[in-house]
Structure formats: structure tokens, C-alpha cells
Ligand binder design. Sequence first.
Ligand code: C5P
Length: 202
Amino acid sequence: TRGFTVAIDGPAASGKGTISRAVAARFGFAHLDTGLLYRAVGAKVLEGMDPVAAARALRPGDLDGDALRTPAIAQEASKVAALPEVRAALKDFQRSFAARSGGAVLDGRDIGTVICPDAQVKLFVIADAVVRARRRFAELSEKGIETTFEEVLADVQARDARDMGRADAPLRPAVDAVTLDTSDMDIEDAVAAAVALIEAKR
Ligand code: C5P
């Protein structure tokens, strides 16, 4: 499986993170949640740093998933993600990760279109915005982050619009991506669909 890459893209809370972790564990592939890169830059910007300088100075040690998963950081992440210089600064790290031997799963918004256009498997995971907001609200509540369903829905919709509307690497399926709508699926079925797709290409 040298250089085998699985690209999983989709909007916030579509289920792509859960599917990515599950297939990485299943096949022994390394996993990179590329949203964490943009979140780490967003967090530095909220601390007063310049976004391009923050992206250029980013280190793998800055990618603390727990601390970075707040709605405020998510919003700032989607703003810095519209800056071409920020995206360019994060490209090499993602491409090197994808090229590691033993296989890699990368999830994000532009993996199949820009970062890994030659990925052997491309999945575009979608779900209805209300369903996604319900999932994200449950996750945040469980972590003790105080918010409302309405706030989470507004956050998801604002990020969708920004991510789909930007000029550089907008959120959209690659022409050769398989779309998986998880609105009415439980997680086991969504993972099974992804596993079947990877097994067919391995
Ligand atoms: O996936 P996650 O919700 O953590 O991503 C946070 C933000 O980072 C997204 O809303 C998007 O603007 C940006 N992002 C991106 N390209 C990626 C991954 C994330 O622009 N590959």
C-alpha cells in the first residue's frame, strides 16, 4: 500500500472525521485531520498573530485536537482558510503526510481536488445541515461547551457558505469522488460504505 491515499472531504459535521478515523484504524493507515491545521492558525490569530505568519510557523505540536474544537476557533479557521497564502503555507506538510509509506487518510475540504488530486480513493461526505448541526450540538454539549442548537446551526451554515464561496480551493467534490450522504445513515453503515470503496481499490 505504498503511497496509497484516501481523500475524504465534506462540510462540517458531515461524519468525515469519524469515518476517517475508523478507516485509518481498520487499514492501519496514518490519519491527518487537515481542519486542525486551519484551526491552529485560527487560534493563533485570535491570540493576535498574523494569519500568514502563523501558518508558516505551524508545528505538528500545535495540533491539539481538544483545545482547538471550539465554535469560535472554527469560525476563525474558516476565515483564515480563505487566504491563498495561508493555504499555500500548509500544502507541503499535507502532501508529505499523504506520501508516507503504509497509506494515509486525509480529511478536509480540498483533499481530493487540490492536495491529493491523485488519491486512489476519494469520498465526498455530505448530510443535511440540520442533521449536521444536531450532531455537532450533541458533541459540544457532551464536552461541556455551552451553546444552543440555533447557534450551532448558524455556525455550520456560515462556514458552509464561506468554504463553498471562496475563490481558492473551494469546498466541492472532485469529479472522480464518490458522494456519501450520511443524513439517514448510522455511523456503522457510513464506515462500511467507505471500507467497501477502499477494499475495491486496494
Ligand atoms: O474540518 P474542520 O471543521 O475542523 O475545519 C475547520 C475549517 O478549516 C473549515 O471550516 C474550513 O474553512 C477550513 N478547512 C479548509 N480546508 C481543509 C480543512 C479545513 O479550508 N482541507
